[in-house]
Design a protein around this ligand. Structure first.
Ligand SMILES: [Zn+2]
Length: 77
């Protein structure tokens, strides 16, 4: 009865010398957001989805006199 204990685990494969994270680094052409931000996406012009959201909200709630007329009925002023 010979118990063969061949625990010869192979050495771990050497890690690649490239330490950069996978994927291409990109930064928004309008703001400082880049690919390190979770969930970021870029459109054809290189603008991020947060800039698009900003534009959408800007249209929905404009500043200045136009915006004042938008919110005045809600505020009853
Ligand atoms: Zn942006």
């Amino acid at each position: 009865m010979v118990s063969s204990s061949s625990a010869a685990t192979p050495a771990p494969a050497p890690t690649s010398s490239s330490t950069t994270h996978t994927g291409t680094y990109r930064q928004c052409t309008r703001c400082i957001m880049d690919t390190t931000v979770p969930g970021i996406r870029f459109d054809g012009r290189g603008e991020c989805n947060f800039c698009q959201l900003h534009d959408k909200l800007d249209r929905a709630f404009p500043l200045g006199e136009v915006g004042h007329r938008h919110v005045a009925p809600w505020l009853r002023i």
